[in-house]
Design a protein around this ligand. Sequence first.
Ligand SMILES: [Zn+2]
Length: 468
Amino acid sequence: MTKIGLEIHCQLTKLESKLFCGCKADYRNLPTNSNICPVCMGLPGSLPMLNKKAVEKAAMISLALGCKIPEQISFFRKNYFYPDLPKNFQITQYNAYGPTSIGSDGAISIEDKKIRIRRIQLEEDPGRLVYEGSSEKTQVTLVDYNRAGTPLVEIVTEPDFESPRQVRLFLNVIADLAENLGVSDPYLDGAMRVDGNISVGQGNRVEIKNVGSFRDVEKALHFENTRQRSLIQRNISVAAETRHWDEARKITVSARSKEEEQDYRYLPESDIPIIGIPQSKMMELQTQMPESIVTKKERYIKKYGIPPQVADVLSSDKFYSDLFEKAHTEYNAKEVANIITTDLMGVADTREKKLGLKITAVHLSDLADSIISNKITRNSGKIALQEMINTGKTLSDIISSLDLGNVSDASSLEKIIEEVFKEEERAVTEVQQNPDTVNYLVGKVMRKTKGKADPSITLEIIRKKLSI
Ligand SMILES: [Zn+2]
């Protein structure tokens, strides 16, 4: 049996400042080594000052994942030498004397499979190494410390996953959850990074470090699963080691023998006091928690009768569920959900495209109302939506400029239907003998009106005229 556990590093990108100093948490797009100070550079004599908001946001993630939050949290130094770590230790959390990390002992379910959360800890991100070319062939390695000290939440699961696919589903849930809580934008480059550990049967555990995309996590675990199985079949033991995912070759490669926990010589961080989290603070955080994705989904189904699959897709995307909340009324909720999930999501599925959309909540609400009241057909609605996305024009402008108004008044429809009857004499005879084929004629009318005829009124008139 395959067992997989994860360590997910999620940057708290929505914070203003780093974890222990006033430098910007948003280090992206800044000149290299400009977002630094004595604290995040680890200069002698500098002292860390803990970011209160970071503790609160990490606590919210813990609550959302059903973790226990201790009454007191503390920090530890994880010692190791690496050029991106100027202090030669990382300030993190460690449950050496009972649980003092921001969360522990939680669980969430993925497709009825319970995934236990062992621990959630708050820690600082190291700096970033920049290579000339690839990391193996480079002659020069540069260090950019802008990222050093950025607040991270590390989520450590128990080895409860049985397949790489489950892992990917879980990661999507975590990303949605972090986004929904407003603590992180998981789609920023490097905002979520994953280490996976995997073992097969009684074999040793192999760790795969620092994979940047969820798709690659799934591929790397899949590769590793196959590699370990084939070693075991040939009676070769699997070495306990850390491996890297080689994106270009789509394989994992041995990186180094795995450090043991004692190699890090965890020491209590004496520059940061033990911090109490009073019950009153916990209550306050509970009330600030936004509606969870699961509750939101249930509300969409129960209150508006939105089909479960549509509600599922809509509730887990923060951008579109926010748009839905602004656009819908009790009257048009179902139609708004339908337009967003069937038409809009397909057009704008990336962050850039979403942000580039010119459509507003008012546009969307108007469009849904017009479709429900038969002012335009669903088909014309699709054309109007595309035009709104591109131009930001109002629905009434688009209907008149593109002539999308519905042909639903009986007299003009009747005229068109008569024309179709003349052109399709054989089909008319057939429909009279076999009324089930009537949709052919409706289709012809739709084509003649370029999709603007109301299909149900068209059908009604045809039936009446042919007495079927
Ligand atoms: Zn700093």
